[in-house]
Design a protein around this ligand. Structure first.
Ligand SMILES: Cc1ncc(C[n+]2csc(CCOP(=O)(O)OP(=O)(O)O)c2C)c(N)n1
Length: 301
């Protein structure tokens, strides 16, 4: 028998809601912070963080019930970045949202930094799970959602997955369990950019890894409700999140169609930018492309 927790509307209050133009500007600002941090660190990922940026901005500035001044607030919505290699996107958004100073992004991936290449929840406030080994984030998400139900807490648990990541078998064990327990307080977001990393080496470089076929059908077959959106269009993202939040009796997958490297012309759709550090010239070009819509002026322009 399923005991459903008392549900309440857990999105942010009306005064916190942002306009589409504000969200778009925040996305551009986040991408600038991301590319600067990776360039400064001389390491990190860009393709996956850029495909996830708009989804993260929508969550943290428009949807999640969170309080940066109380990162351990028991009623907060939980968020797990299962594709943990995209940590710099989450760090940028957390910093912009006030969880820690934006200047701390300069320490990304340095020894003793709280901002490691993969998220470490024992170090950084605002993280609900440590991730990085792909395939492992949905399982604790199921546990959190079950815990919320058992304690009659109204929070939701959100988990972001990569399409390459869902080749991992553990994802499907968790997906099966979530549907079996009708966890409608669990929402997975698939950042479906269709470019995992790279395929097999061959003369002239790596082959492109074949994208996973029809993930919507697979999640539906496992008992999930599925909604699709354009993962770079804020109204589309928000509509999908709204649908996910009101659906009952099943967990929901938000299948977000995205572009790897989104926002910088020479990175878009090129798996070589999965984890590549821009040169000084590439950084400047990226910043100037992103600068047009950023909400704060670029200090390096
Ligand atoms: C278990 C595991 N195997 C391999 C890796 C190395 N790895 C890091 S990112 C990545 C590709 C992930 O592709 P995808 O999930 O599509 O992420 P995105 O394209 O959004 O960056 C791989 C294989 C890892 N982190 N964990």
């Amino acid at each position: 028998m399923t005991i459903r927790a008392e549900r309440e509307i857990v999105s942010q209050s009306a005064e916190d809601k942002r306009s589409i133009s504000e969200l778009t500007a925040l996305s551009a600002e986040a991408r600038q912070l991301i590319v600067r941090a990776v360039h400064r660190a001389g390491a990190g990922h860009l393709g996956g963080p850029f495909s996830a940026t708009d989804l993260l901005i929508s969550l943290y500035f428009d949807v999640l019930r969170i309080d940066p001044n109380q990162p351990d607030w028991p009623q907060r919505d939980r968020f797990i970045l299962s594709k943990g290699h995209s940590s710099i996107a989450l760090y940028a958004v957390l910093a912009m949202r006030g969880f820690f100073p934006i200047e701390e992004l300069d320490t990304f991936d340095q020894i003793d930094s709280r901002l490691q290449g993969h998220p470490d929840m024992t170090k950084l406030p605002g993280l609900d799970m440590s991730t990085g080994s792909l395939g492992q984030g949905l399982s604790p998400g199921v546990g959190m959602a079950l815990g919320a139900r058992l304690r009659n807490l109204g929070f939701r648990t959100w988990v972001m997955l990569g399409d390459g990541e869902i080749q991992e078998g553990q994802v499907w064990e968790a997906a099966f369990t979530a549907a079996r327990y009708e966890l409608d307080n669990l929402i997975a977001i698939l950042d479906f950019n269709g470019l995992p990393q790279f395929g097999w080496p061959q003369a002239g470089g790596f082959t492109r890894e074949r994208p996973i076929d029809d993930p919507a059908a697979k999640f539906r077959a496992f008992g999930w409700h599925v909604v699709e959106c354009d993962g770079h269009d804020h109204p589309s993202i928000r509509a999908a999140f709204d649908q996910a939040m009101v659906h009952s009796g099943q967990p929901t997958l938000v299948l977000a169609h995205t572009v790897k490297g989104k926002g910088v012309s020479f990175m878009e759709g090129d798996f070589n930018w999965h984890a590549k550090v821009p040169t000084d010239a590439e950084l400047q070009q990226a910043l100037s492309e992103l600068n047009g819509t950023a909400s704060r002026p670029n200090p390096e322009a």
